[in-house]
Design a protein around this ligand. Structure first.
Ligand SMILES: [Zn+2]
Ligand SMILES: [Zn+2]
Length: 247
């Protein structure tokens, strides 16, 4: 081992001593520092999204061994080119997202973003997006929360995959009510026309990837995609940490 290699190992050992690697979910000690720092027991509780699912919206089907097939909604009116989520919105992922979004634990952008980059690697290779657009917050919501969680996730994912993030081109121009408890139809009306592309020339002909923390009915990303297709992008893909199954 060369001098530099020995030095980085020593620095790593010193860091482990000063800041022992703890699981982000259960805070338990992890014997080895990893890129995501979630312990094996917590990872075992994550419901990773696996095939069979709808190849467009990515909704998983609750059966083993079936083939991927279009869901009813996507065979009528596909809202975007394709969407995938790393895991279902339950267990440790739900708890981490909640702490990340509502308790100001912004450091969780790193494990959550890396989880997406790791789980959706083959989706990224197939989709070949050229730019990442985080789903924007209305400026009033941004003031309330102090940060845009999707933008932070987008930065982590963009760094791993080596693609640029454009955080300000897509804008939320209309205030929308929180969508919890709304039906799919109500959500769609709630966000229709809420997004605007500021600089269409920057996106024209590009393959873009929208990044958000959670996708439930898809009404928000559908409204974003409509604005992006109007700006003549080549394709709209969506990646989210979690997938909430609509009520
Ligand atoms: Zn754990
Ligand atoms: Zn679908």
């Amino acid at each position: 081992m060369n001098h530099e290699g020995r030095e980085s190992l020593m620095i790593r050992a010193l860091l482990d001593l000063l800041f022992p690697p703890l699981c982000h979910a259960c805070k338990g000690f992890i014997p080895d520092r990893r890129s995501i720092n979630i312990c094996d027991a917590c990872l075992a509780d994550v419901s990773f999204v696996v095939s069979p699912y709808c190849p467009v919206c990515g909704i998983p089907y609750p059966m083993d061994g079936g083939l991927d097939h279009l869901c009813g909604a996507c065979s009528n009116d596909p809202p975007f080119d394709a969407c995938r989520s790393a895991a279902l919105l339950d267990g440790p992922v739900q708890e981490l997202i909640h702490r990340f979004k509502y308790s100001g634990q912004v450091h969780l952008a790193v494990p959550l973003g890396r989880l997406v980059a790791e789980c959706l690697k083959s989706f990224y290779v197939q989709a070949q997006p050229e730019v990442i657009l985080p789903v924007p917050l209305h400026r009033k919501r941004l003031r309330q929360r102090g940060y845009n969680q999707s933008q932070m996730l987008g930065k982590v994912i963009g760094k791993v995959w080596g693609i640029p993030v454009l955080p300000t081109n897509l804008r939320r121009v209309r205030w929308t009510d929180p969508q919890t408890g709304m039906s799919a139809g109500e959500r769609r009306t709630n966000v229709a026309g809420a997004f605007e592309v500021r600089n269409p020339a920057q996106l024209k002909g590009k393959r873009v990837l929208l990044v958000d923390d959670v996708l439930t009915t898809g009404s928000t990303v559908r409204a974003c995609a409509a604005a992006l297709y109007s700006a003549e992008v080549e394709a709209v893909f969506v990646a989210t940490v979690a997938r909430g199954i609509p009520p």
